[in-house]
Design a binder for this molecule. Structure first.
Ligand code: AMP
Length: 117
């Protein structure tokens, strides 16, 4: 685990390690999760290395909006809209965050239980 600075997602942004990229704009990148928890499991990240939602500030308003809109667009692209889907961001220890670069998980393709474990 690494806090702040560079993470494995930074390496994906810089194409230093491979990932199956499904969506990219100037501010956002999305790729398939390496350990999928649902038939469709995509990680959506800002290219700017914000540590977590808890580390976001009003300056990030634009990129946070870009992220949310990107998730909805990717869900359409992946054919998830009819069946529905879930968007999750894990924060810190209790949230189960393991990569300290803000990301949204897009999960779909099966019934998801609630509450999460
Ligand atoms: P979190 O536990 O919320 O921090 O989520 C981190 C996610 O990143 C996990 O679901 C991992 O499976 C995923 N992950 C870690 N390394 C990679 C990688 N190299 N490519 C794609 N997904 C990854």
């Amino acid at each position: 685990m690494s806090h702040g600075g560079d993470t494995i997602f930074g390496k994906i942004i810089r194409r230093e390690i491979p990932a199956t990229i499904v969506y990219e704009t100037e501010s956002v990148l999305a790729f398939r999760d390496i350990a999928p928890q649902a038939p469709t499991h995509i990680v959506v990240i800002p290219k700017e290395p914000i540590v977590s939602l808890a580390h976001s500030t009003p300056e990030h308003r634009g990129v946070l909006g870009d992220l949310m809109l990107a998730v909805a667009e990717i869900a359409r692209q992946e054919g998830l809209e009819d069946g529905g889907y879930r968007v999750v961001t894990n924060i810190g220890r209790h949230g189960g965050q393991t990569v300290f670069h803000l990301h949204l998980h897009l999960l779909g393709g099966r019934d998801l239980s609630w509450p999460p474990g």
